[in-house]
Design a protein around this ligand. Structure first.
Ligand SMILES: [Zn+2]
Length: 347
């Protein structure tokens, strides 16, 4: 979560000098650490609704949020700074998950009818700065070369495909600075694992939702919500009904969550109702100068909310934000809340 709300405004002001987009290099073939998995049978008729069969691979369906967190914090991914090879490897991992789960690509159009998972944009170089002990970014020289970055977007298509509910989480983090790796396990591999878990659960149930359930993994959030802003400026699909964003959900006492949103919109109401069902607290909290990817959706009058752990600042933006710091039970609870909330919005 960046501290500087004016960051993107600054980027936009100098954004007229865009250098040509030259595309990502070929996706890296990377080895992702795998955890041992129990075999879970796929059910196609757990609840009432429209049954459907997706080309979903059980190997992908049976992964857990912890598997995702371990994969994304692997040193090979170098802290996933936007515009770096580490981010590109993280993107490759996420695209592989989406493909394995049989999700429809909903990123950039590759021809008249077909999308890619990748939704490309570019980022400026940044300057690192410590603020109250946290590593943060401020804009670098706008005359310097921009580098490619991308959101990764794919979804489960509903019976009414003109409407979508987005489950989102940023997958970028801070990279390596002064020889220290910033793995960003809680911020925000935990959110990525959480929404992948919700999708895996929906797919295991085998019920086709009324509207599309879209997973959006934003990048360059740490540079001022650049990825989600880029998507809002040029969305790759229409009919967005609500955005449930997840950022840094795996620490602190179980049952203590907080929400960021500009109003008591329907996304907030869905999360609060779901939190109540799960007997946890999730009340709107003051931003205190911080923010996350719900912010530009709110400005565009799209109902959007960010769910986070109430104590999210603990170890945030430090090299100590490692997988052991993340409580899998808390991530699982966040998934339960998201899962109930999404039911209220898509069925
Ligand atoms: Zn952050």
């Amino acid at each position: 979560m960046p501290t500087r709300r004016g960051f993107l405004k600054c980027l936009s002001a100098v954004g007229a000098t865009l250098l040509p987009w030259y595309g990502w290099s070929e996706i890296f073939k990377i080895k992702i650490p795998q955890c041992a998995q129990a075999s879970i049978p796929t059910s196609s008729t757990i609840r009432q609704g429209v049954n459907f069969v997706l080309q979903t691979d059980n190997k992908y369906l049976n992964r857990t949020a912890t598997d995702d967190i371990l994969a994304l914090t692997s040193s090979e991914l170098q802290g996933r700074r936007a515009g770096t090879v580490g981010e590109e490897k993280a993107a490759a991992y996420l695209m592989d998950q989406m493909k394995g789960l049989g999700l429809e690509p909903l990123g950039d159009l590759v021809d008249k009818n077909n999308h890619d998972y990748s939704n490309a944009f570019t980022v400026y170089p940044v300057v690192e700065e410590f603020y109250h002990g946290r590593l943060t970014f401020r804009p670098g020289n706008p005359d310097d070369l921009r580098t490619p970055s991308a959101n990764i977007i794919g979804g489960l298509i509903g019976t009414n495909p003109t409407e979508s509910v987005i489950l989102s989480a940023h997958y970028d983090h801070l990279g390596i600075f002064q020889g220290n790796l910033y793995p960003g396990a809680n911020d925000n591999a935990s959110g990525v694992g959480c929404i992948l878990d919700v999708m895996r659960r929906l797919l295991k149930e085998g019920i086709k939702p009324k509207c599309n359930v879209v997973l959006a993994f934003w990048s360059a959030e740490e540079m001022g919500f650049v990825g989600s802003y880029s998507f809002i400026e040029k969305p790759t699909f229409a009919g967005i009904q609500a955005v449930l964003n997840v950022d840094t959900v795996g620490n602190g006492p179980l049952g203590e969550f907080a929400l960021w949103a500009n109003s008591d919109n329907k996304a907030v109401q869905a999360i609060q109702s779901a939190a109540k069902e799960n007997k946890v607290s999730a009340s709107l909290a003051p931003n205190n100068g911080y923010n996350s990817d719900q912010v530009y959706f709110n400005m565009d009058n799209i109902p959007a909310v960010t769910l986070m752990a109430r104590n999210w600042l603990n170890k945030n933006h430090t090299p100590d934000d490692v997988p052991d710091f993340v409580n899998p039970q808390k991530v699982s609870l966040a998934s339960d809340i998201l899962y109930s909330a999404v039911q209220k919005l898509v069925f």
